[in-house]
Design a protein around this ligand. Structure first.
Ligand code: NAD
Length: 511
């Protein structure tokens, strides 16, 4: 709606009338001085986002650094209170009569309003988790390690931390980062995806309204230069990254080289193994939702199915169900999936579907030519199913990141496990079966960090951690859960001896 558009994009003072996104520096929403703008558009331009200048990025870091000592010194109970207010404000924003965050996500990103609600809701759960800081941040103690000597440790904040986020979850992923870091006493520099900057700006306003001091969160926009600035800046102690392997591996290496902690959640190819004894109805519904929901632009999308034995007979029914999904603009009632993020993304997905045909696979359902009434130029791809896929094909090897399900077939569970374990990614996987022993065998033998048993998208709740593995993750401490607290804190361990005999010698009497 226009209300959303103009609250979070300021009417520009530049020649073009396209509204612009501000920076958030030292507690103020400020217009960038730069002339180099990037468009915010899935298709039609709705706004422009600046590539922050070096001076602006320096100002943001200086602000984080200035705010750190006082914020780190604030009592943990005060920081907990801020997060309690924050979760309340985010919840209120989800009310039917407000829905500002959700509408903004759909406007910028194109996903359906229901998916946008899920995006905010999963982020909100991390903020709620951050409210448990008083238990999560406890250190350890060991009394009487030797005579009169005790040993104890504190978890202390690191300093200034930074986050670099992708386009596909504009609210959830920034919320994986700054609330966890800040509740531990760190200050934070956030660089949202240049494709969806608005949600982070609104989340910053809600955080400010929750009572955080100026400078504890700063937001810059940009791309390569902003990323290099973050990787190289000596005042940044830790970087949280979520996005593609190309960017993530680069940031992991460049950030690590400069002595920072880096956690990088990256790409995926998630397999769903369908056993012939599965509950057919549930399995097919779940496969369709997990492969095509959010137009497949989820790192945990179930983008590859392996049908074991007789289960392959269900393929025609899977196709029928996928055909029934409604493709439309995200804000249209009844839309099951919206457009892809850019025309380039659509082209890439269509090229990958083409590669399947060229390399000998069969297209059972083809969404390339879909036209959506009223949005003829939109970046829509309809649900697509490619069967007879082999592990050496391009459409199997590449993360497609669109509404495309590739289907392989095997005779046995062991063959299916081998395929999954030979794939370099280890983000998520699911098995569909009614046999507990089969489920157990799969869960134990599969080399993937997040496993669903009759659950297609097994993203752990925030009291656990997001534990993608192998090529889907670089670093050694995961996002949120206890691990998230560990990532954003360092230990100080104190060995202390108090002898009773000494006490008689001191302290001197107070006058
Ligand atoms: P992306 O890597 O293109 O962008 C992510 C961030 O990195 C952005 O802020 C962008 O500005 C920056 N960036 C992009 N290219 C860069 C480069 N060459 N050098 C330096 N910085 C660069 O990712 P995206 O397209 O926004 O997101 C989709 C990807 O994110 C998919 O691969 C998806 O699987 C992955 N993802 C992973 C998870 C997870 O938890 N594992 C969650 C969501 C998305």
């Amino acid at each position: 709606s226009s209300k959303v558009k103009f609250t979070w994009y300021s009417a520009s003072s530049f020649s073009s009338s396209v509204p612009t996104v501000k920076l958030f520096i030292d507690g103020k929403f400020v217009e960038s001085k730069i002339q180099a703008w990037m468009s915010v558009a899935t298709n039609e331009v709705i706004g422009r986002v600046p590539q922050a200048t070096k001076a602006e990025m320096d100002a943001a870091i200086a602000s984080c650094k200035r705010a750190f000592p006082a914020w780190a010194d604030t009592s943990v109970l005060s920081r907990q209170q801020v997060m309690l207010r924050y979760q309340q404000l985010i919840k209120e924003n989800l009310r039917r009569d407000i829905l500002e965050l959700i509408s903004l996500i759909t406007l910028e990103q194109g996903k359906t309003l229901a998916d946008a609600e899920g995006d905010v809701f999963r982020g909100l759960q991390v903020v709620e988790h951050a409210c448990s800081v008083t238990s999560l941040m406890l250190g350890e103690t060991m009394p009487s390690i030797t005579k009169d000597m005790d040993l104890y440790s504190y978890r202390l904040p690191l300093g200034v931390c930074a986050g670099i986020a992708p386009f596909n979850f504009p609210a959830m992923i920034p919320l994986w980062m700054f609330p966890m870091a800040m509740v531990c006493g760190n200050t934070f520099l956030m660089k949202p995806s240049e494709r969806v900057p608005g949600a982070t700006m609104l989340l910053a306003k809600l955080l400010q309204d929750s009572g955080v001091p100026d400078g504890t969160l700063n937001i810059i926009h940009g791309q390569h230069e902003a990323v290099n600035f973050i990787c190289d800046h000596p005042n940044i102690k830790a970087i949280s990254f979520v996005g593609s392997n190309q960017a993530g591996e680069y940031i992991f290496e460049r950030g690590s080289r400069h002595g920072k902690r880096v956690q990088a959640n990256m790409g995926a190819k998630n397999h769903g193994v369908v056993m012939p004894d599965a509950n057919k109805e549930n399995t097919l519904n779940q496969l369709v939702g997990a492969a095509f929901g959010a137009a497949g632009q989820r790192c945990m999308a179930l983008s590859t199915a392996i049908f074991v034995g007789e289960a392959k007979k269900w393929l025609p029914e899977l196709v029928e169900r996928a055909k029934n999904l409604r493709v439309n603009a995200g804000d249209q009632p009844g839309a099951d999936l919206g457009p892809l993020i850019t025309p380039q993304a659509k082209e890439r997905v269509c090229d990958l579907i083409d590669s399947g045909t060229k390399e000998g696979a069969s297209i059972l359902l083809d969404g390339r030519k879909i036209k959506v009434k009223g949005y003829e130029n939109g970046n829509f791809v309809g649900p697509t199913i490619i069967s007879n896929v082999k592990p050496n094909m391009t459409c199997y090897k590449e993360e497609i990141f669109g509404p495309v399900l590739v289907v392989l077939e095997t005779e046995t569970l062991d063959e299916a496990i081998k395929i999954v374990n030979d794939n370099p990614y280890g983000n998520g996987t699911a098995i569909f079966t009614t046999n507990g022993a089969t489920a157990r065998k799969y869960s134990h033998l599969v080399d993937v960090g997040q496993v669903g048993v009759n659950v297609p998208i097994p993203v752990p709740l925030p009291m656990f951690s997001f534990t993608g593995s192998r090529s889907s993750f670089r670093g050694d401490t995961n996002f949120y859960g206890k691990q998230g607290i560990h990532f954003y804190t360092q230990l100080k361990t104190i060995t202390s001896q108090w002898k009773e005999d000494d006490a008689t010698l001191s302290p001197p009497a107070v006058a």
